[in-house]
Ligand binder design. Structure first.
Ligand code: PHE
Ligand code: ZN
Length: 849
């Protein structure tokens, strides 16, 4: 049992550890129920630290023995660690503990997945392996010996020797314990190699379970591309002789950047055309890049403490987004990222879980691996780059790597590098790291005597603990178009620093049409009263492809809001404008597919809430359905033409070009299925030779209520493939109608293949439920109850995944009294559960506050 009253930890209380760890030697004698871990650590007093007791973290460890300089000692051991009297100077600490990896369902520390040993130590999992100063500012050189019968035994760094039943690894780069990793099992490898810029040969391996060899080629290529890209764009070379990636089935997150030994959720690395969709391939490429890029931004330069998490995560997300843009096209990547930001980060930032990009307190750090830290953290870096310019950004990054290599750094260090490289004062900019909430920017305009004036006003609504907000530096990229569609002022970045500020443009012959927040230059909500005609004009003419898409999104939003709140009919003028874009075969099919997307139901709920209207999930669902049906009918002649254009005749490739076509084809099929009851989808399902086509067809069939046969067939075909079966589970819940979502989800939890301790499988069903807006919010509360009951059950095994999924309730205060009351009751029910984990306790407390 964890401590009854969780402690809050504050950024302001940071103090360095009293010792440095000069060398760490670990020996693992592996056994599922009784693994022995011996540690030998040389500690030296840290002259920069205040005097303190010698404390080592340690949780769920069975102590066997302790010694200092070879003599046995008896430390005082508690639930959370140990204290011990130690000599004045340098000393050698030795400990032996026992742990039971097979009983570890939290998937943190050393655990087993399908009979294979693996570790997850970020953020604070190393303390479940042995006693240690488990904090990122304690960096050390690790040597690891693994003893066991497993064929493959891996750890960080370079191999140092191996023999019958043992292997040794040495990592020359000092690292914090959260980057430690160990893997042992009967794995097979997909090998590769890479020659670095300076001509060093690096051995690459992708380790998988026997049978998964055929799903490795793409990941390996993605790794090589990432290594090359980081050399070319950031001048960063790899720094060991070997780089290993391991795929595991049971993993709480996407993947982990352990030094030289990345561990991946198998869903984030394994792919073949038959089993993975285009979206899976793109995600895999991005995650491989992300983890690889951490080698510099995270590992070589790490974080001083966990409050600085965005230092590595925001920057690394920003870098992987740049990589994906370069590999697959900038405009599509930017639009997808903004959809994702609005879908995940905005609700977080506008509800009870809102926190700054750099939080100032936490109870459980695992609860802060959030869209705000990651995605808003990346947006903040994007703004910084926009403000200082590309060249200065490159200069600042060079300085960052030069100055801080080997350091455990802070956001202050990061900003200082930009100040020193550019001479710019970033005091106000720093508020992006400390103020939570999404700023709103309101726009008004005036035109006289050839001068156009834009007035921008910023305001950030209060968030928990932050009632008042100071103005932030907001880069607003603006271009002006003349009434005939020519660009009369190219994109310029206005720097909004005051609460209210005006900007003028001279020498115009007529009142221009402004295109504001081009490329989504800041993560804000833009408030602008503008006519439908003006938006239609931007949809037709904007030279900024992001804002052209955004104009369409605005029109879609307005149309749906009018349908929901006034019972209006769909806006046909908008649909005609959109049709012109969709018909334009000069435009990238992927871009046209994005144009065909409509705001999600939860995004509509968010918009309504912002306008002071209580969202009604059923009304939102109905309006969305009516709009889809209207589009299908209106475009019934166009759809077959588009389907033809979207056909791929070459053999399957998961590249941007083919994926774009299939995305367009998928959007068209979804509309077609509204007309033909699923006939075209059935044909596609039967003939598909890749998962993208097979799955999109299956989704259409289920959606049309004609999916039962296809679902059975799909299951029979893919029964042996865990990742594909996750799709089978997820899709049924995601694509079901609102009245049956909860019942479907419930029935699926009774399926013999619902292995609920596997996070991917749990998320497939429960995540699918939470994301089916109208289904989750069914008025009898069945969706809420089902999710809450399962969260209570999972918490006993896996607090981290449970806590993350509590965010399904983060918008609960938006809804009507009935729904609000039921959600509150479910949250209170979770909170009242005896023995609730620290993770979930913190989440429900914040949600209820
Ligand atoms: N550091 C990992 C990443 O973003 C995420 C992670 C966090 C994985 C905690 C596991 C546990 O790349
Ligand atoms: Zn990361």
């Amino acid at each position: 049992m964890k401590d009854a009253s969780p402690q809050t930890i504050y950024l302001k209380d940071y103090t360095p550890f009293g010792w440095t760890a000069e060398e760490v030697h670990l020996t693992f004698v592996l056994a599922p129920t009784a693994t022995r871990v011996r540690s030998r650590i040389r500690f030296a007093p840290n002259s920069d630290a205040p005097k303190q007791d010698f404390f080592l973290h340690g949780e769920q460890l069975t102590p066997i023995s302790f010694a200092i300089d070879g003599a046995p000692v008896t430390p005082e051991v508690t639930d959370t660690g140990l204290t011990c009297a130690v000599p004045e100077g340098v000393f050698t600490w030795e400990a032996e503990v026992e742990i039971a990896p097979v009983e570890n369902f939290a998937l943190e520390g050393l655990y087993m997945s399908n009979g294979m040993y693996c570790t997850q130590c970020e953020a604070e999992g190393f303390r479940k392996i042995t006693f240690y100063p488990d904090r990122p500012d304690v960096m050390s050189v690790f040597t690891v010996r693994i003893e066991g019968d497993e064929r493959v035994k891996l750890s960080n760094g370079n191999p140092q020797g191996s023999g019958e039943g043992w292997a040794e690894w040495h990592d020359p780069w000092p690292k914090p314990a959260y980057l430690f990793a160990l893997v042992a099992g009967d794995l097979v490898n997909h090998p590769g190699s890479f020659t670095t810029l300076s001509g060093r040969e690096v051995e690459l391996n992708l380790w998988v379970r026997p049978g998964d060899e055929c799903k490795c080629a793409f990941g390996m290529e993605a790794l090589k591309k990432s290594m090359k890209w980081d050399e070319e764009v950031y001048g960063r070379e790899y720094d060991l002789d070997i780089f290993n990636i391991v795929a595991v089935d049971d993993f709480n997150m996407g993947a982990m950047e352990n030094k030289g030994l990345n561990i991946f959720n198998s869903s984030a690395v394994l792919a073949s055309p038959e089993t993975a969709t285009d979206a899976n391939f793109e995600r895999i490429e991005a995650i491989i890049a992300h983890e690889y890029f951490h080698n510099w931004t995270g590992n070589r330069i790490t974080c001083r403490d966990w409050f600085q998490l965005c230092l590595k995560e925001g920057l690394t997300v920003f870098r992987d987004a740049q990589f994906t843009s370069d590999m697959r096209g900038e405009e599509v990547k930017r639009i997808s990222d903004v959809i994702d930001l609005r879908g995940r980060q905005f609700p977080e930032d506008q509800g009870p879980l809102s926190h700054p990009v750099r939080p100032e307190s936490f109870q459980e750090i695992n609860n802060f691996y959030t869209a705000t830290v990651y995605e808003k953290g990346a947006e903040v870096i994007g703004m910084l780059k926009t403000l200082v310019g590309d060249e200065a950004y490159a200069k600042a990054l060079d300085l960052y790597f030069e100055r801080h290599d080997g350091d455990a750094a802070t956001i202050e260090d990061w900003l200082k590098v930009f100040e020193d490289a550019t001479g710019r004062d970033l005091t106000q900019f720093k508020r992006w790291y400390s103020q939570a909430g999404t700023p709103h920017v309101a726009v008004s305009e005036a035109f006289s005597d050839g001068t156009y004036t834009l007035t921008l006003r910023q305001h950030t609504p209060p968030t928990p603990g932050q009632p008042e907000k100071a103005p932030q530096v907001i880069p607003v990229a603006v271009g002006l178009l003349s009434p005939n569609g020519d660009e009369v002022a190219p994109t310029t970045v206005l720097e909004l620093t005051e609460a209210e500020q005006s900007f003028t443009f001279d020498g115009l012959s007529a009142k221009p049409v402004p295109s504001i927040l081009r490329g989504f230059s800041a993560p804000v909500v833009l408030e602008r009263e503008s006519s439908k005609e003006e938006r239609a004009f931007l949809l037709a003419h904007d030279t900024d492809s992001f804002n052209r898409w955004e104009a369409n999104r605005d029109l879609a939003r307005e149309c749906l809001v009018a349908m929901i709140t006034e019972g209006a009919a769909p806006d046909t003028a908008w649909l005609d404008g959109l049709e012109a874009v969709i018909r334009d075969s000069a435009l990238d099919p992927a871009y046209r597919a994005l144009m065909l997307g409509t705001p999600t139901q939860s995004e509509l709920a968010q918009v309504l809430h912002q306008r002071g209207v209580t969202p009604d999930p059923d009304a939102i669902w109905t309006a969305t359905e009516v709009l889809k049906k209207t589009r299908a009918e209106r475009w019934s002649k166009l759809l077959p033409q588009l389907a033809e254009e979207a056909k791929v005749t070459e053999p399957y490739q998961p590249d941007a070009e083919q994926s774009g076509k299939r995305a367009l084809g998928g959007a068209v099929l979804a509309l077609t299925s509204r007309l033909d009851g699923g006939d075209a989808a059935r044909t596609q399902f039967e003939s598909a030779d890749n998962m993208t086509l097979q799955l999109s067809a299956l989704a259409c069939l289920v959606q049309a209520g004609a999916g039962e046969d296809a679902l059975a067939k799909f299951r029979a075909q893919w029964n042996g493939d865990r990742l594909v079966m996750d799709k089978w589970f997820a899709l049924q819940v995601a694509a079901s109608g609102p009245s049956e979502t909860a019942d479907r989800a419930k029935a699926l939890t009774e399926d013999p293949d619902f292995d609920w301790k596997n996070p991917n499988r749990f998320r497939a069903v429960m995540g699918g439920l939470a994301m089916n807006h109208a289904g989750f919010h069914r008025i009898d509360g069945a969706g809420y109850r089902l999710l809450a009951d399962w969260l209570i059950r999972l918490d006993e095994k896996n607090p981290q995944t449970t806590a993350r999924m509590c965010s399904a309730f983060q918008t609960w205060k938006r809804y009507d009294e009935t729904r609000r009351g039921m959600m509150q009751a479910e949250l209170e029910k979770i909170a009242a559960k005896p023995g609730l984990s620290r993770d979930v306790t913190e989440m429900v407390t914040r949600l209820l506050s």
